[in-house]
Design a protein around this ligand. Structure first.
Ligand code: UDX
Length: 471
């Protein structure tokens, strides 16, 4: 079965239903109908070119499509047919109005709920898949029951998939969390959804809680993960100042079984559609609940992340003798992490924005991100029109093309392909001295120095040849 997550944006609702499948009546397993208002997007889901890149997704979609997985634009039929409706619409951070910049925008959620209320003829279980602020279930319940046509049970079932590993996370989740009301019908709804997951998840990993705990757990899980990244990134700044090595510190600290080794990789800053949005959402909740010091505590995770991106850009500028104006910088990677074409909140966007501000010439190569996406991100971030951005930015088809004639290489995403590049050949075509700024600590810095590069790596002892005279 395919689960949905909000990152598959455009997905409005997915229905799951037990019983015989219409196109394959012999099947009594749950089947899934994915419905979306976007005609091109559904057409793409029904074609050989899926609208998103996720390792392993193609295989599952091709194996299940037309059997127990269907994609359609017929929202109303999808709603009428389903026993369980997953709502997986976008809940971005509000851009304007009350809570702008922090609160979640629930417009799409409310629209979906109103549609369900209007169309549903029989009782439904409605599942919050999108990440939402706590108490959303109560508000949604009011909208759903407003029409008074039928009964709805609202469940919270947050998604913990990470992009790039979504299919293995789905197959083998640490846990599945289902929050529901304590009423008899609420508990029956929880059991019904748990039965769907029990097709492939061991029962002991299916946790059931009240709705509020479930909604809050998602925000807290992402805030804790992001907080670990910000903590190790804060440590990376201490390492650069002191001569310690952040990977050695992370290893030593992570071997404490109470701390654990995961999510301690220093980087140019975390990105992705969830971390920043969920923390800001939590911050807003804390502020609204009269807990300003708790809000401030979590907000510092985002502040530290912004600092880390700025620190990286400062290292580039100072390294290149305090100016990058007119200098060519090859940016390797634009996605927020490897194995995805997703750029939401990618650190690369902010790095580019700053380099454009400094009038550098930025040559970008990413193995998966679409050119259009990069132009959209950069015009939005710089508030310049595309012709203006094109004066500073060139998109390249390979790392070699981006690096030709460059003063510096900057690694923003940890794509495996960057580890296997021929750096001697690259250096031949670069301006000397040639600089390399590794924002992901994925390259062999000793070997690169032997080739003659001046290397900066996050949280590593500084290269004596790197200019650190900040002016
Ligand atoms: C995250 C959560 O992991 C997932 O459970 C939730 O459902 C959605 O949000 P995702 O955003 O896909 O998933 O990616 P994740 O692997 O968590 O990485 C987020 C960001 O942190 C990336 O930019 C990544 O490069 C960065 N990161 C992660 C680090 O910089 N260092 C680390 O040690 C780990």
């Amino acid at each position: 079965p395919l689960c949905l997550r909000e990152c598959l944006d455009g997905v409005v609702s997915g229905g799951s239903r037990s019983g015989p499948c219409p196109s394959a009546p012999h099947l009594h397993a749950p089947f899934f109908q994915i419905v979306d208002i976007s005609v091109p997007r559904i057409a793409a889901w029904n074609s050989d070119e899926l609208p998103i890149y996720e390792p392993g997704l193609d295989k599952v979609v091709k194996a299940c499509r037309g059997k127990n997985l269907f994609f359609s634009t017929d929202l109303d039929q999808g709603i009428r047919d389903a026993d369980i409706i997953f709502v997986a619409v976008n809940t971005p951070t509000k851009k304007v109005g009350l809570g702008a910049g922090r609160a979640a925008d629930l417009t799409y959620w409310e629209l979906a709920a109103r549609r369900i209320a209007l169309v549903a003829e029989t009782p439904k279980v409605v599942v919050e898949k999108s990440t939402v602020p706590i108490n959303t279930a109560e508000a949604i319940s009011a909208v759903l029951h407003g029409a008074g046509k039928t009964r709805f049970d609202i469940l919270s079932n947050p998604e913990f998939l990470a992009e790039g590993t979504a299919m293995t996370d789905l197959d083998n989740p640490d846990r599945v969390l289902i929050g529901g009301s304590m009423s008899e019908s609420g508990q029956a709804a929880v059991a019904k959804l748990a039965d769907v997951y029990a097709h492939w998840v061991p029962r002991e990993r299916i946790l059931t809680t009240n709705v509020w705990s479930s909604e809050l757990s998602k925000l807290v899980a992402n805030s804790f993960l992001a907080q670990r990244v910000s903590s190790i990134n804060a440590v990376s700044a201490i390492c650069e100042a002191s001569g310690a090595d952040v990977d050695e510190v992370a290893r030593a600290v992570g071997m404490d079984s109470r701390i654990g080794p995961k999510f301690l990789k220093a980087s140019v800053g975390f990105g992705g559609s969830c971390f920043q949005k969920d923390i800001l959402n939590l911050v807003y909740l804390c502020q609204s609940m009269g807990l300003p010091d708790v809000a401030e505590y979590f907000h510092s995770v985002v502040t530290m992340n912004d600092r880390q991106k700025e620190r990286f850009v400062s290292r580039i500028i100072h390294g290149l003798f305090n100016t990058v104006t007119g200098k060519r910088i090859a940016l390797l990677g634009f996605a927020f992490k490897k194995d995805t074409g997703d750029t939401r909140e990618s650190a690369a966007i902010e790095i580019c924005r700053r380099l454009i501000e400094e009038r550098a010439s930025v040559c970008i190569y990413d193995p998966k991100v679409e050119a259009n996406q990069i132009w959209m991100d950069l015009t939005a971030a710089t508030r310049l029109d595309r012709t203006e951005v094109e004066k500073y930015v060139t998109l390249c088809d390979s790392a070699y093309e981006a690096a030709a004639g460059a003063h510096a290489l900057a690694v923003a995403t940890e794509w495996d392909e960057f580890k296997g590049l021929d750096y001697a050949k690259i250096q031949d075509g670069m301006v000397k001295p040639s600089f390399l700024f590794d924002g992901r600590n994925v390259l062999d810095h000793g070997a690169l120095r032997k080739l003659g590069y001046i290397v900066y790596a996050i949280g590593k002892p500084l290269d004596p040849k790197l200019n650190t005279n900040f002016c």
